[in-house]
Design a protein around this ligand. Sequence first.
Ligand code: ADP
Length: 582
Amino acid sequence: MTTSVRTKVFVAALSAAALSLVVVAILVAWDGRSRERTQIQGRLTTEATLIADLLAQADHLTTVAQLDAEADRLARTIEGRVTFVAADGTVLGDSEQTPAELRQLDNHGTRPEIVAARETGLGVSQRFSTTVDTEMIYVAVRAKHPTVAFARLALPLSSVTSQLASASTASVAALAAAVPVALIVAWLLSAPLARRAERIARIAERYAAGDVSKPAYDYGEDELGTVARVLDTSVQQLGQRIEELTRDRARTEAVLSGMVEGVLVVDRQGRLQLVNGAARTMLAVESTAIGRPYLEVVRDPDVAAQLSAALSGATPESRELSLIRDPGRTFVARATPVATTGGAGAVLVLHDVSDLKRADQVRRDFVANVSHELRTPLTVIRGYVEALQDDPGGSSAPQFLDTIARQSTRMERLVADLLRLARLDARQEPLDTSRCDLDALCAAVVADLQRAFDAKQQRVTVTVAPDAHTVIADQAKLHDVLRNLLENANNYTPEGASISITTTAAGGQVHLEVSDSGPGIPPEDLSRVFERFYRVDKSRSRPGGTGLGLAIVRHLVELHGGTVRAENRPEGGARFIITLPA
Ligand code: ADP
């Protein structure tokens, strides 16, 4: 059970009141008793002196009976006990005893008051009288009488006792009155105290809810204020630490989530502590997997093996692996032992090297292709050169020289295309843009190739839409693009085919289409014809083709911020669509 501050203050006030009342009652009783004693003692002394004087004139009273009767008479007058004692201590008269009883009484010569009176003339003593069974005060004086040497007076202290009783009654009454007073005092004292305690409790609740901003409340200077202030400072410091930790954590999380490498941390028991976004995607781990054993979550045996080796304290060699769920990609996984919360754990870093691998493969293929493309004309040239060496004046010599010249031109073109691609790759061909007149441009390209079209009786039509007769582009490069597409159309379509160039505008873009009525391109090759050295059918490829034309076209179009794609026309034939920003 909890006791409120108010109850405590009330109990304290009541206890203080009760205690002071008891102390006051004791003091009053003690003071009353000593005052009563002094008063009785003074009265007894006066009356004893008077009795001694009376006795001095009563020397006719000589027998014990007479003296006892006199004692009784005087006792009635003064309302106390009167005793006459002889010089040897024999009791000669006593107001409380009969003459017969007197004879059985002890000798009073050694009573303290008698001893004192013998020595100084006055003796006072207070003690419990077994004769009358009460606390008594005795006063004895010397008397000038033939037989009585001492007159002794005694009074009970009973009034003091009754005074004490009345003092305790008054105390109880005062205590009864003190309860409401104590209540009021407790209420008045505890109200501000309780209010402060409540304010402090509210601030503590706010802290518990996570808001550790400094309160404007003044705690006060007493002990309660000091305790609250000390706790407040601790909370503020804790709050600062938590804020720093939160900032650190947010920073770490930002770094981890921004990483392209997958990072996975497990603790000593092999439970997942951290998995960043990249690792979640790579290993298909859900964010709810935190806290679960990695063997349950990471299904890939190679990754699991790396982690278990690191957990056993080893630093395994980084390994290149393909994940079971994504065999098309290649990763380099490296696990290392680390210190985590709760002991030694392990961290696994996964690098996706698929793009590097692919780039490497492309480079190898390219070198192989270039070698192959160069070897073919070289072999031909060498063969014919050897033939000419054997028979320099032979009838076939002019034909051999023609072939050598054609193959040399082919090699020259191949080298030129390769150099151009290398320049484009290295961004060494800057764009020199201007507003180009598409009518003029198309006419110029067609005129360039007119002889070739005529040779195959091919008809070229140019249709330029009124809203698409200009485009901002590098005129020379756009010329190369169109020339390449038209050369292909001329090459890959049969005699008498029709070829068309159409320009249209839509959605803030200009579309340039080069269509032909040829055999078209197999659907599976449509996206691949832009690759370097890709040819749909080697046997169909034109003798002078390098397989690099469309790769250069795509490069040039993309340099303009445009796109190019190939498709087949429903009515037959291929169509190349270039889209350029207007
Ligand atoms: P090439 O120098 O061999 O013409 P390109 O890169 O210009 O190289 O073309 C790649 C391949 O695309 C060609 O080998 C050819 O098979 C195919 N191709 C290009 N244009 C056409 C077209 N108009 N019709 C059919 N096939 C085409």
